[in-house]
Write a protein of this length. Structure first.
Length: 149
């Protein structure tokens, strides 16, 4: 049995990434065979996506040139031409995408700080667990009616 090598053409953090979906659709339209490596693993354990290198789009080496052309065309073609939509709507969509990327960049900047704060709070909870636990008293004490005033 002949073993074939594959070329990783792109990697994405998640299998539901929009860029990956568009690229897959374009590759399918051209009739180029491909497969996604680690898509199921990332779907099950999304927090480990970065550790394993994300979802990899793999193709046969002989298709690499055509796929690279498709990727270049996707990057350089304006949204209004690619989707045949109104230029005003394309400008609105581009602005919306820009805002979303800025939001993600701001969140990614603060993610380590938030993570460190949560870690410190959880450690404080462990250190001061005596303050937050319910005290149990012994049930051996018997109360009789004579001891009550």
């Amino acid at each position: 049995m002949r073993q074939r090598n594959f070329v990783t053409i792109s990697t994405h953090l998640y299998p539901h990434d929009a860029d990956l979906a568009v690229l897959k659709a374009r590759i399918e339209a051209e009739g180029i065979p491909y497969f996604l490596q680690d898509q199921h693993y990332v779907a099950i354990a999304p927090l480990e996506s970065l550790a394993i290198g994300g979802v990899k789009l793999r193709i046969f080496p002989e298709s690499e040139g055509k796929v690279r052309e498709i990727m270049t065309e996707m990057r350089t073609t304006p949204l209004a031409l690619a989707e045949e939509i109104d230029p005003e709507e394309a400008a609105w969509m581009a602005e919306r995408l820009h805002k979303e990327r800025n939001y993600r960049a701001r969140f990614n900047k603060w993610a380590p700080v938030i993570g460190a704060a949560l870690l410190i709070l959880s450690m404080l909870g462990i250190l001061f667990k005596e303050l937050f636990t319910t005290r149990s008293y012994s049930h051996n004490q018997s109360f009789s009616s004579q001891s009550l005033p």
